[in-house]
Write a protein that binds this ligand. Structure first.
Ligand code: DCM
Ligand code: DCM
Ligand code: DCM
Ligand code: ZN
Ligand code: ZN
Length: 268
């Protein structure tokens, strides 16, 4: 996701963490403000473009070698490469954030990565290898030349919400939080936490990756690459994408809160 998606995921999580988790996270991040998770949600995207942070670039996705739209699926052994992937990264940083032998800076980085990667794993094209997760599929959106990956990360959410400021993210998070608590997602939200286990971060996050990857077949590439390549996608394609984007941002925020609650209480 772009800035809007990550900030919104973080704000939703802020709405569902316990007061103990909030104190724990604010302590690690050294930030008692009302945007303590949202303020660091995109740090990982800046860091990966630095020389020091280059190693973390593969941690933002898992390249599922499936065959959309005919067949979708993620396989940890097949798809998480030598240099790691979003699933191995969630596992690694979940253990590092509570490792007392590490420096404050390293534990802070671990938390910032968890906040970011639980967002990214919910973007369908971050769980897809085809055409570099859609990055090499050229499309236009509202007349601008871009690519399929970028419109899912940024253009589609930003057209829906009207920009990408922190204020807009907070407002979108409030809307989706209400959908979870009392609205369209009320009956299903508890099911979003099925199988969640701090004892098994790989199985847990693989279930999130598999669920997101399925949207590559059902929605993102429903008609194959030829149905989107070179096309303007701000019309019916955009309309079909919206409910998936909303659901995936809501799930990511709700699950991030639950994951942080488990870490902070040390429960499995
Ligand atoms: N950004 C975004 N969506 C946009 C434009 C920018 O998510 N439509 C992100 C990319 C950068 C940050 O916001 O991380 C600042 O971008 P800029 O310097 O282009 O304002
Ligand atoms: N690092 C990491 N995961 C590991 C080992 C290290 O993210 N399994 C990060 C934490 C440090 C940075 O890499 O900030 C530099 O690591 P090192 O201390 O190994 O040089
Ligand atoms: N990306 C992805 N899968 C890949 C490569 C990249 O999901 N195999 C994502 C990471 C960024 C975007 O695509 O969100 C652009 O990546 P980059 O800047 O590395 O080209
Ligand atoms: Zn992306
Ligand atoms: Zn990312």
């Amino acid at each position: 996701w772009g800035t809007l998606g990550h900030d919104t995921v973080a704000y939703i999580a802020q709405n569902f963490v316990t007061s103990a988790t909030k104190s724990w996270a604010q302590g690690i991040l050294d930030d008692n403000s009302s945007s303590y998770l949202a303020s660091v949600a995109t740090w990982a995207d800046t860091y990966r473009y630095t020389a020091a942070g280059k190693f973390s670039a593969p941690y933002h996705f898992i390249d599922a070698e499936d065959n959309p739209p005919t067949s979708c699926g993620v396989d940890y052994t097949r798809d998480c490469g030598e240099s790691g992937c979003v699933v191995s990264a969630i596992q690694n940083y979940t253990s590092r954030v509570v490792d007392d032998s590490l420096s404050t800076t390293e534990r802070q980085m671990a938390l910032k990565w968890i906040i970011h990667f639980i967002g990214d794993i919910h973007q369908p094209l971050h769980d897809e290898a085809l055409d570099v997760g859609g990055n090499t599929i050229d499309v236009t959106f509202e007349g601008t030349d871009t690519n399929l990956h970028h419109i899912w990360d940024s253009n589609i959410p930003e057209k829906l919400i009207g920009g990408y400021s922190l204020t807009l993210a907070s407002s979108w998070a409030k809307t989706l939080t209400a959908e979870i608590k009392t609205g369209d997602y009320k009956s299903e939200a508890s099911g979003w936490l099925d199988g969640i286990s701090l004892d098994d971060p790989v199985t847990t996050s693989m279930s999130w990756a598999t669920e997101a990857n399925a949207y590559v077949c059902s929605t993102v590439l429903k008609g194959g690459v030829s149905a989107v390549s070179g096309k303007e996608l701000d019309g019916s394609y955009y309309t079909a994408a919206i409910p998936v984007v909303e659901l995936q941002i809501a799930r990511a925020g709700y699950r991030l809160a639950a994951w942080l609650n488990l870490i902070a209480t040390g429960k499995t």
